[in-house]
Design a protein around this ligand. Structure first.
Ligand code: NDP
Length: 293
C-alpha cells in the first residue's frame, strides 16, 4: 500500500511563471512545491495545491495528473496566501472536498530584491514587510487555521525554511534570511506546543535548488542556470558539486511527513544542501597543496 494512502496534504506554492520561462530556457527546473505535491499524490495522498494565478496552477495540476494520479485526488485553489480570506477558502475547500487534513506543507515563499540593487540596511523597509508577509505572517495564520484539523488527524506540519536562516550572514538578502530565521523559531516553538496534541512539526532547510525563485524576484530568465554553473564549480559553495533538484527537497519533506520513518524527530530543520553549510571558504582550499607549493 502507498505510504500516504488515505492522507490529505495541503502544499502551498507550486511553481512560478518565471520558473516556466526558465524551464523553456534550461529545460530542467521546477518548484519545490510542485515536486512535493506530485510525490505525495503518487504515494497515495489527496493533495490541495495553491497559488495566485489560475492558469499556472492548472499547469501544475496537469503535471500531477500526467504522473497517473486520479483527478479526484487533486484540488487546485487559486488564492493569495497573504489574504486571510484566501486562507479560509483554502482550508474550507480542502475540508469540504477531502473531509480532513493530515499534512500541511508551508512551502510558498519569496525573496524581494530592490530594483535599484540596494541591499542590507539600505533596502527599503517596505521590502521587509512584503517578505515577512508571505514567508512568515501567512505561515502563522494558515497554521492557526489548520491547527484544529491537524489535531483531529494527529497530523504533520513541514515548513520550508532555507540555509539562509543562518548562522552565516546574509548581507545581500538580509530580509529573506531574517524571515527564514523567524520561521525556524516558529517551527521549534509550535513543535513543542503541538506535540502534546499529537501533531508533529519539522522543517527542511534547502541549500541551492534550481527553481523559478531567482527569476521570480526580478532577475532575467537563465539567471539561476548561470548561478548554478558557478556554484557547482566552486567547492566552497557546494562541496558535492551539484545544485539541488526539487525532488531532493520533496523527498525530505515526505520523510518528515511520514510518521513511520521520522516519528522521533520533533521541531528540527533538516539541512539538505550538498554540504554548503559545512564549509567555510578557508576550509575549501587544500591545506596540504598550499604547504607543498
Ligand atoms: P518558486 O518561485 O518556484 O515557488 C514559489 C511558489 O510560492 C510559487 O508557486 C508561487 O505561486 C507561490 N507564492 C508566492 N507568493 C505567494 C502568495 N502570496 N500566495 C500564494 N502563493 C504564493 O520557488 P521555490 O520552489 O524555490 O520556493 C519554494 C520554497 O523554498 C520557498 O519558501 C523558498 O524560500 C524555499 N527555498 C528555495 C530555495 C531555492 O534555492 N530554490 C532554497 C531554500 C529555500 P504563484 O506565483 O502562482 O502565486
Amino acid at each position: 500500500m502507498a505510504r500516504f494512502n488515505g492522507k490529505v496534504a495541503l502544499v502551498t506554492g507550486h511553481f512560478s511563471f518565471f520558473f516556466f520561462l526558465t524551464q523553456v530556457f534550461i529545460g530542467s527546473s521546477n518548484g519545490i512545491g510542485r515536486a512535493t505535491a506530485i510525490l505525495f499524490a503518487q504515494e497515495g495522498a489527496k493533495v490541495t495545491i495553491t497559488g495566485r494565478n489560475a492558469q499556472r496552477l492548472e499547469e501544475t495540476k496537469q503535471e500531477i495528473l500526467k504522473s497517473g494520479v486520479p483527478e479526484s485526488h487533486v484540488l487546485a485553489v487559486v488564492t493569495d496566501l497573504t489574504s486571510e480570506k484566501g486562507q479560509d477558502e483554502l482550508i474550507d475547500s480542502t475540508i469540504q472536498i477531502f473531509g480532513r487534513l493530515d499534512i500541511l506543507v508551508n512551502n510558498a515563499g519569496t525573496a524581494v530584491t530592490d530594483a535599484q540593487g540596494r541591499t542590507g540596511l539600505d533596502q527599503d523597509v517596505s521590502d521587509f514587510d512584503k517578505v515577512m508577509q508571505i514567508n512568515m505572517r501567512s505561515v502563522v495564520t494558515l497554521t492557526q487555521k489548520a491547527k484544529k484539523y491537524l489535531i483531529e488527524s494527529k497530523g504533520e506540519i513541514v515548513n520550508v525554511s532555507s540555509i539562509v536562516a543562518g548562522p552565516q550572514s546574509q548581507p545581500e538578502m538580509m530580509y529573506y534570511g531574517m524571515s527564514k530565521s523567524a520561521l525556524d523559531q516558529f517551527t521549534r516553538s509550535i513543535a513543542i506546543s503541538l506535540i502534546p496534541h499529537g501533531v508533529r512539526v519539522n522543517a527542511v532547510s534547502p541549500g541551492y535548488v534550481v527553481t523559478g525563485i531567482v527569476e521570480s524576484i526580478g532577475f532575467p530568465p537563465g539567471s539561476f542556470e548561470k548561478l548554478a554553473a558557478y556554484w557547482e564549480s566552486h567547492k566552497e559553495c557546494i562541496p558535492s558539486g551539484k545544485i539541488g533538484r526539487t525532488i531532493d527537497i520533496a523527498n525530505v519533506i515526505a520523510f518528515l511527513a511520514d510518521r513511520k520513518l521520522s516519528s522521533y524527530i520533533i521541531g528540527q530543520s533538516i539541512v539538505a544542501d550538498g554540504g554548503s553549510t559545512l564549509v567555510m571558504g578557508i576550509q575549501a582550499h587544500d591545506m596540504m597543496a598550499i604547504l607543498a607549493s
